[in-house]
Design a protein around this ligand. Sequence first.
Ligand SMILES: [Zn+2]
Length: 496
Amino acid sequence: MNLLTDAWIPIQHQSNYQKISLQQLLCGEQTGELCLPRDDMELACVQLLCAITQALFIPKDKKALVQLVREPITSETYAEASREKMAWFDLNHPETPFMQIRGVKSTQPTPMDKLLAGVADGTNKAFVNPQGLADALCGGCVAIALFNAANNCPSMGGGFKGSLRGSTPITVLIKGRTLRETIWLNVLTEDTAEYVMPWYPETKDQLPNYLDRIKADAKIPASRIGLNRGLLWQPAHFELLPSQSSANCSCCGCYEPVYNGFNKAKFSYTVEGVWPHPLSSRTFAIKKSEREEKFPSFTTTAPTWTHMSRLVVDQQNDKEGQQTAPVIQQARTFLATDKIQLIVGGYRNNQATVLERRHELFSLAQGWAEHGDVIQQIITGGLAYKTALRKALYLFAVGIKDKVNGSGVNLCDPVEAVYYQQTENLMHNRLAAIQFKASQDELQSLNKQLKAIVIDLFNKATESYRQEPKMLKALALARRSLHKSFKELEPQGETP
Ligand SMILES: [Zn+2]
């Protein structure tokens, strides 16, 4: 099973489901939407397709990339690019199997479900995943699962290394009109690669670490890791057990040779610094004159739009800042005058346990690239009205010491959850349709809508306590706080 030549990409086109090869996809011979039963596997599949394509081709500059987005390549071009990389992408290669190490010693094999995040250990697994999902996986699904575990998931636990981006990074991809376009839009050009990793020229011929292995306990500066090596980084030592028979794959359902388990072993090394992954934004803070970088991840239940400014807006001062994903930086140079669609996804975890999966689509209106400040204001507004609501409800609960008795009823969390539900579409639509030329009017109208939602939620939440004489003072206090917050949120010089 070789990812460069076999048909392993599950595609739905009109009502036809079939598996196609990467060559058929990039040469425009087949088209369709990716089709897997799990949204995280679909996201990982797009990432894997982008990583393989990046390993095969690196367009020189923007012009070459635009050409690749526009027109399929020829089968000769594909064959030539893949010839030397066949050994990188062979799942059963005798020496260098894809994302595995030969000769992994473990006392007993690990069942396949461990390779799928959240299946074996999620607290809510019965609700999230159909039963029996990972008993046996076909070659395509197992390749996606290996890649997903290496890039997007918490590590296998104590002693196992996690991905280059930390345990559960947020991934951002640009969505094209077709899957083929999507892949190219997330491939870096040589120009961008040199810009985001100045060490690109001297590391561009590096092999993946499952071909050119890391020495045990090595200390590896992130700035020694080349583009392909980083994209295909395997942080752990895994080895699939040979496929014994054919069966229905528990993920895609196809009848194919399947894998039932794998061996895993701890392996220790240290990567120093942060590797600038093409599909991740980074935030940084200067602490004791040292720059500390991090990849954003979903740490709370707050919806994905609350992260949007970190994902699409660059900013920095002398203490902290944020930098968008290299693919977004690159897109600004040639998609600036268009709308852009983003695929945003990742897991929310508590250590090794996956609590939630996200895979969402966002549109940003035409002008997104130059109006980061307005995008930032939209997000800040959405968060500020939420904070005003929370603050008022908090005062309702606890009052003010020695002056006003609190009600003792804390409504902050449940009402915040409803606020997020009720504003979700509003925020999505505003980001997708804002007229940046009239941004001040648009922001004001958004704030009006948010304010109306907050007033409504506050009234509904406190309605049943209005008849309680003991709580009236706390209610009045909360209401005053709400109006004070509203006033602060209104543009200065305007009468409320
Ligand atoms: Zn499968």
